[in-house]
Design a protein around this ligand. Structure first.
Ligand SMILES: Cc1cc2nc3c(=O)[nH]c(=O)nc-3n(C[C@H](O)[C@H](O)[C@H](O)COP(=O)(O)OP(=O)(O)OC[C@H]3O[C@@H](n4cnc5c(N)ncnc54)[C@H](O)[C@@H]3O)c2cc1C
Length: 384
C-alpha cells in the first residue's frame, strides 16, 4: 500500500487524511504541536465545503454541531442602517448543501475523531525532506526520520515544505489585521444570537458577529487596517479598549459587542499573504490548504478551500493509475479554482470596506452564486 505522510494536522491535513482513508489508504499525520489545542474562534463553512465534508462522512456530525444562519446582514457601520440582506436559508436547495457556522475546536474535534487520534504523530515538527524516484525521507526537529512514498504538505501559511519545493518569497504583511473574540451569548442583545450573520461595514474596517454552539457563544471578528506589523508574534493578545478606540463612533450594536468582550479574550492577528503558485507538486510531494494558497478571510474560503483540496485529493488517489499521477491529477483539478478564490478573497476587503457603504448597497458586487463559489462540489467536480 502507498505510504502517505501528511505534514500538518490542521483542518486541511485532517480532511485530506479522512478523504484518503475513504479510498482505502492509511495515511499518517505528523503534527508539530505536542497536542491538538483549543482554538478560541468560530468558523464559517460555505456549501462547497459542507458538500465535501458530507461526502467523507461528516454530515451527521455537522448537522448535530453547527449553526445554520438564515441571513447574512450588512449594516452601515456608523448609522446601523441595514444595507443588504443576503439569503442563506435556501443554500440547501440552491447549492446542495447548507451554509454553516461552528466553533473551530468542535470542527477540529469532529475531524480528529473521524481520522483517528492514534494515527497522528504529535510533537513532530518537520525540519527537512529529500526525495528520489522511489520515496521521500522526512527529517524532524527531534532528530528522528521517517520514510514515505508520497508527502502532502499541509503545514500552513509559513509552510516549510513550500519553501523546500519552490523557494518562493516569505509571507508579506497584507495591511489587514483581524481581531477575534468569543463572547458569552447572554451578555449581548438578542439580535446577536439570532440565526444570522451580522456584518457592520465602513471605510477600511468591518465587524462581524455570529452565534455558535446554539446561542451560548458569539464569535466576533473585526477586520481593520494597519501600516505595518511590528509585534514579535503574528498573533497577540489585545485589550478590548484598543478595539473600542478603532471603532469609536460606530453604531450601538458594534460598541455594545466590543464592550462585552472579556479582558482576556481578545486576540489580534496580522494577516499575511504570499504570491500565488501555479505549481503545487514536485515529484512525490504536494502542497494543500494554506501552504499552497493562503488567502485573506473576506470570503470565508481559506479552510473551505483546504477542505475542497482534501476531498479532491482522495478522489484523485482512487482514480489515478499510480500515486505520482494522482498528485498531478490533483494539481490540475485544483490550481485554477484555488487561485480564483485567493484572488477574490484578497480584493474582498477593498470591496467590503468601501469608503461609502451606501456605494456597496447601490452597486452590489457579484455574489457567491455569480462567482460560482458555492456551486462547486469537490465530491463530484470533474477530474481532468
Ligand atoms: C481571522 C480569520 C478568520 C477566518 N475565518 C475563516 C472562515 O470563516 N472560513 C474559512 O473557510 N476560513 C477561514 N479562515 C482561514 C482558515 O483559518 C485557514 O485557511 C485554514 O485554517 C487553513 O488550514 P490548513 O490546514 O491549510 O493550515 P493550518 O490551519 O495553518 O494548519 C497547519 C498545521 O500544520 C502544523 N505545522 C506547521 N508547520 C509544521 C511543521 N514544520 N511540521 C509539522 N507540522 C507543522 C501546524 O501546527 C498546524 O496544525 C480564517 C482565517 C483568519 C485569519
Amino acid at each position: 500500500m502507498t505510504r502517505i505522510a501528511i505534514i500538518g494536522g490542521g483542518i486541511g491535513g485532517l480532511t485530506a487524511g479522512i478523504a484518503l482513508q475513504k479510498v482505502g489508504l492509511e495515511p499518517v499525520i505528523y503534527e508539530r504541536a505536542p497536542e491538538f489545542g483549543e482554538v478560541g474562534a468560530g468558523i464559517s463553512l460555505s456549501p462547497n465545503a459542507v458538500k465535501g465534508l458530507n461526502s467523507i462522512g461528516l454530515g451527521d456530525f455537522l448537522e448535530a454541531t453547527a449553526n445554520e444562519p438564515l441571513h447574512q446582514y450588512l449594516f452601515h457601520g456608523l448609522t446601523g442602517e441595514i444595507l443588504m440582506d443576503i439569503n442563506r436559508k435556501d443554500c440547501r436547495d440552491q447549492y446542495g448543501g447548507p451554509y454553516l457556522q461552528l466553533h473551530r475546536a468542535d470542527l477540529m474535534d469532529g475531524l480528529i475523531k473521524a481520522f483517528g487520534q492514534d494515527k497522528c504523530e504529535m510533537g513532530k515538527a518537520l525540519s527537512g525532506l529529500s526525495q528520489d524516484e522511489q520515496h521521500v525521507e522526512l527529517r524532524f526537529e527531534d532528530g528522528t526520520t521517517a520514510e514515505a512514498d508520497i508527502v502532502i504538505g499541509v503545514d500552513g501559511l509559513r509552510s516549510i515544505i513550500r519553501d523546500i519545493l519552490f523557494d518562493t518569497p516569505e509571507p508579506e504583511f497584507s495591511g489587514h489585521v483581524a481581531w477575534r473574540a468569543l463572547i458569552d451569548g447572554c451578555k449581548l442583545s438578542p439580535r446577536a444570537t439570532e440565526r444570522t450573520n451580522v456584518n457592520h461595514i465602513g471605510a477600511g474596517q468591518n465587524l462581524v458577529t455570529y452565534p455558535i454552539r446554539g446561542t451560548k457563544l458569539v464569535n466576533l471578528v473585526a477586520l481593520t487596517r494597519a501600516d505595518g506589523w511590528v509585534e514579535e508574534s503574528w498573533n497577540a493578545k489585545a485589550h478590548p479598549s484598543e478595539l473600542a478606540k478603532v471603532f469609536e463612533g460606530w453604531a450601538d450594536y458594534v460598541i455594545d459587542a466590543i464592550s462585552a468582550i472579556g479582558e482576556d479574550d481578545l486576540y489580534r492577528w496580522g494577516l499575511f499573504i504570499r504570491t500565488p503558485l501555479s505549481q503545487w507538486v514536485k515529484g512525490r510531494v504536494a502542497l494543500l490548504g494554506d501552504a499552497a494558497h493562503p488567502m485573506l478571510p473576506y470570503m470565508g474560503q481559506g479552510a473551505s478551500s483546504a477542505i475542497e483540496d482534501g476531498v479532491v485529493l482522495g478522489r484523485c488517489f482512487a482514480a489515478a493509475a499510480d500515486p505520482v499521477n494522482a498528485l498531478s491529477v490533483y494539481e490540475n483539478a485544483r490550481v485554477e479554482r484555488a487561485a480564483f478564490l485567493q484572488a477574490e478573497s484578497n480584493v474582498g476587503g477593498d470591496r467590503l470596506q468601501a469608503i461609502d457603504p451606501y456605494f456597496l448597497r447601490d452597486n452590489p458586487p457579484k455574489d457567491e452564486d455569480a462567482l460560482g463559489i458555492f456551486k462547486y462540489d469537490p465530491a463530484s467536480v470533474e477530474l481532468a
